[in-house]
Each structure stands twice: as C-alpha cells, then as structure tokens.
Design a protein around this ligand. Structure first.
Ligand SMILES: Nc1ncnc2c1ncn2[C@@H]1O[C@H](COP(=O)(O)OP(=O)(O)O)[C@@H](O)[C@H]1O
Ligand SMILES: [Mg+2]
Length: 398
C-alpha cells in the first residue's frame, strides 16, 4: 500500500501532476484512487468527466473522488451536529446547518482526513494519490494530529471532568440543558481524534507514504517550497521528491522568451542547490493543457520514465535513531533552517522543536523518554540530540 501526496502553491500544477501519476499507476495495474482534498476541486475538468463526493471509476483500476467536506460532516456527525444545532439555536442562530458546524476550529480538516483514512484502510486500493490543497493548508491538515489533537484531547478531558459536576444541575435549567454536550458528542470527538492520529502515523511512515512538493521555476514558488520542505521535515513527513513543473523547453531559448528562459535556468540551479538529497523531477511546459487520459499518461511517462510513480523516489530521512558507542543519537532532518530560528525545549517525555512560528511536539520513544539530553548539535541541516546511555546503576551518564 502506498499513499502519495502532491502539494505546492496554487496553480503550479498539483492537480495535473497528481492526475497524470494516477493514470500511470492505474495503467501499470495498481488499483489506484485519486482523491482531491483541495476545496477548489478541478479533477472533473482535468478528466473531462463528472466527479463528485462519491468515488467514481473512470478507467480500468482508476477511481477518482473529490471529498465534499460539508457532506462528510453532515453524514457522519449527526450526534455532534444536533448538539451544535441546539447550541447555535440557543445563541440565536436558527436553522443551523453543517456550514456552521464547520466553524469549530479544525473540524473540517479532521473530517477531510478521516475520509481519506477510510479510503486508505478500505483495502480497495494499492495506491492512494492525494491532490492536496496549497502548501499552507496541507501543512495545517497534516500537523493537525500533532497540535490540535493534543490540545483537543486535553480540553475534552478537562471539560468532561467539569461537566460531570455540572450536568446534574444543568439538566434542570432550560436553555443550559441544550448547551451541555452529552457523552455521545464527546465520543464522536474522540473517535475523530483517534482517526486523525492514525492517519498522521500512516503519513509519517516512509514505507507507506511519500510527499511530493510541486513548484514552478520562479522565485516565489522556490521560497514557499523551501519553507514547506523545512516544515515537513520538522514534523517528520517524508518528502521523497520535488517536482519542477512548467520548465521551458530549449526550443523557447531564442526569440521573445529568451530572457525568461535564461531566468528559469538560474532558478533551476537554485532549486538543485536548495533541495539536496531529494529527487528532483523536471516536467516541461507543454504546448497545451494536459487534459484527458491519454495526454495525462504521456505527461506521466515524461515525468517518471521507466520508473513506477509509486516507488519511493529518495531514501527517507526525516528522523532517525542510532546507537553510536555508548550514546543514542536522535537525528532530525531540518533542511534550510537557520540556527538562530531553531529552538529546542523539553517537557518530560516530549521534545518541543520550534522553527520560526511552527512548533512540533515530538513524543520521545520509550527508550529515550526518561533520559537526559547530553548534547544538541546542529549542522548542515541536521539536528542531532545525543542521549548518553545509562550506566549499570540506572543513572544517566553526564
Ligand atoms: N506542464 C504543464 N504544461 C502546460 N500546462 C500545464 C502544465 N501543468 C499544468 N498545466 C496547466 O496549468 C494550470 C494549473 O494547473 P493545475 O494542475 O490545476 O494546478 P494546481 O492544482 O496546482 O492549482 C492548468 O490550466 C493546467 O492545465
Ligand atoms: Mg488543483
């Protein structure tokens, strides 16, 4: 089973490349699902077919789905939906609909993710290809399990304790009765959080998942992709390729586009230097829009050549744990990070890594959880935390 995500700035060609990839894996005999998680779905246009919130088979081995998040909320969350409807009615909002439920921060993300998880776990597919929203949204989705879930879980625990005390009284007061959530609502929350957490684990497993960053050779896309590369590394998501789309072919080197062509050459060099140790795939600017099965298949052959697109294209290296002599070394790949922007904190068994305004809470593996960090080194895009092995007496060596 493989899960491949394509993300990048708007308009760079994520949907086209995800679609081309899906067409190709289907041709190679893999049962393929192409799923769009971008609210601005455009798979229907790319395949020139009607695609919607239902999985639709459009060719041998090829099923396509555009997730309708509001519909997911409506269909799978009736208990909580009722609660929110009551709550909103209490607050004076009549006829509350799913749209309002989506106001609960992050809940739309959670539903989107849980739908994707359902497909991944369905056993119906060998490859699930996800056409993601632009980078910032994708990061928000993917890091949801790290940040919001932890917070939500804690909040729920606290709220539940308080509610146990309050509920007997609240039941007696009209109005308040409606806004006190019952166990069923919490149950739904907990199940959702569990699913999102599970998906997080799948997406961080480099044998199952690969994230591919799509960009065009231009200054803004490069800057955004460098940041994305860093943050995916920070959170431990395996990026196995950078897809450089719309590269001007040599035929355009002379004439009107000469300057533009030369500029792109420079940007291509910058891209090679910015993303070391990860495969870079170049995709030419085509002479028309890649629409329909045959043009997409041709595009994919151009991108992957003889390789199957579901191969792992570069060895994974987000986080590794190795023993060297009498110390354990936990190494994080944090490409393009400036030492001054990196902050490391520790709270019991949790490591708190901050780069700029993104924070990852990393749960240390059991073997390290109760041990002191002897040393933290940062060089060449790698953060190494050294945990001296415990001595026979059980004391951490200092
Ligand atoms: N290599 C390419 N050559 C020519 N046109 C392309 C290429 N890749 C994408 N396009 C076109 O660029 C536009 C944006 O592509 P799309 O895949 O929708 O981007 P995104 O999903 O990133 O917003 C579409 O019109 C698409 O047909
Ligand atoms: Mg798109």
């Amino acid at each position: 089973m493989r899960v491949i995500l394509y993300t990048g700035k708007g308009g760079v060609g994520k949907s086209s490349i995800a679609s081309a990839t899906a067409v190709r894996t289907a041709e190679l005999g893999r049962r393929t699902l192409l799923v769009s998680s971008d609210l601005a779905h455009n798979l229907s246009d790319i395949f020139d077919a009607r695609i919607g919130g239902e999985a639709t088979t459009i060719a041998d081995n090829l099923t396509v789905l555009e997730v309708d998040t509001l519909r997911e909320i409506r269909e799978n969350w009736s208990a909580a939906h009722e609660y929110f409807t009551d709550l909103l009615a209490y607050l004076g909002v009549e006829n509350a609909v799913a749209e309002e439920v989506a106001l609960y921060p992050g809940i739309d993300d959670a539903f989107l993710l849980s739908r994707i998880l359902r497909e991944i776990e369905s056993d119906r597919y060998d490859v699930v290809i996800v056409d993601c929203s632009p980078t910032a949204g994708t990061l928000r989705h993917l890091t949801f399990s790290d940040s919001a879930c932890t917070k939500m879980n804690r909040l729920i625990e606290i709220e539940r304790k308080i509610l146990k005390l309050v509920r007997p009284f609240a039941k007696k007061i009209k109005g308040v009765r409606e806004i006190v959530p019952n166990d069923e609502v919490y149950g739904v929350f907990e199940e959702l959080i569990g699913k999102v957490g599970r998906l997080g684990e799948i997406l961080k497993d480099p044998e199952i998942s690969s994230i591919r960053l799509v960009l065009n050779p231009d200054r803004i896309a490069i800057a955004e992709t460098r940041r994305a590369f860093t943050y995916f590394g920070l959170f431990g998501f395996p990026v196995d390729a950078i897809v450089v789309n719309k590269v001007m072919p040599e035929a355009l080197a002379d004439g009107f586009l000469h300057d533009w062509y030369e500029l792109q050459r420079g940007f291509l060099e910058t891209i090679d230097q910015s993303f070391l140790d990860v495969a870079k795939l170049r995709v030419p600017l085509l002479d028309g829009e890649p629409v329909g099965l045959r043009p997409l298949s041709e595009m994919a052959r151009g991108i992957y050549g003889e390789r199957s697109p579901d191969e792992v294209l570069s060895p994974p290296k987000p986080v590794s744990l190795t023993r060297v002599g009498d110390e354990d070394r936990l190494v994080f790949s944090l490409p393009n990070v400036d030492k001054a922007d990196l902050d490391i904190g520790r709270k019991d068994s949790e490591l708190i890594l901050t780069v700029g305004n993104h924070t990852r809470v990393y749960s240390l593996p059991d073997t390290l959880a109760s041990r002191e960090i002897g040393e933290a080194r940062f060089a060449d895009g790698f953060l190494t935390l050294v945990f001296p092995c415990q001595t026979a007496g059980g004391q951490g060596a200092r």
